[in-house]
Design a protein around this ligand. Sequence first.
Ligand SMILES: Nc1ncnc2c1ncn2[C@@H]1O[C@H](COP(=O)(O)OP(=O)(O)O)[C@@H](O)[C@H]1O
Ligand SMILES: [Mg+2]
Length: 249
Amino acid sequence: MLQLNPMNIVIAKGLTKNYGSLKAVDNIYFEISKGECFGFLGPNGAGKTTVMRIIYCFMPPTSGEVKVFDTDVNQDPSHIKARIGVMPQDDNLDPDLTVFENLIVYARYFDIKKKDSEPLARELLEFVGIAEKTHVKIGDLSGGMKRRLVLARSLINNPELLILDEPTTGLDPHSRHTVWEKLHYLKSINTTLILTTHYMEEAEKLCDRVAIMDSGNILTIDSPSSLMNIHGGNLEDVYLKLTGKALRE
Ligand SMILES: Nc1ncnc2c1ncn2[C@@H]1O[C@H](COP(=O)(O)OP(=O)(O)O)[C@@H](O)[C@H]1O
Ligand SMILES: [Mg+2]
């Protein structure tokens, strides 16, 4: 059914993840192509984070095959990790370090030399609009600033593929707007984006295709416009119709 198309950056075939007796992801198939913005939408517990974590090689699938850049996630995770950026669902910044130091330490994982990482860190803090917080400790940042810092950190290795798990959940409107604006920009320069979100309006604007998930299954994969044509209403109406569940907010 699935062909190895060189334009595909991620291919998942029969992907399954069990936690004990719980099937968190149940035999799903999808492909994501280069330059695409692909969204995983679904209620809490649908399995979105689990899928993302498998793609960014945080944990292995129970069964099935997942390839990123034509490399199996079980075979060579470090090759994959070097080329991707990750914004995990929960911020995992080092509270003992400043904003700037968090970026510099992270850059070391990618063997980026200090003489390169320092100007890069400044540029990225400028990019996400928190340059004035450069030498502030993490504990003194607002939630929105922390999220923007994690976005900056995910870009330190100039990734071809960016994986964003609920990048704007719980943010103030200003930070939320900034993050979506940056994602539109990254898409315009051909970065492949994979994201989860509860903001249907934003997904409708940014995503080329979305997978609507529930209980570990993909209910449908299509472009927002075609889903809206088929089911009527906006993307939120489609989501409600397919999952039968209200958005978290
Ligand atoms: N580390 C874990 N151990 C056990 N169960 C987990 C773990 N992570 C997630 N789950 C369960 O797996 C299901 C899918 O979770 P998750 O992938 O986080 O969904 P989503 O991101 O869509 O909210 C949920 O029922 C969740 O409680
Ligand atoms: Mg999640």
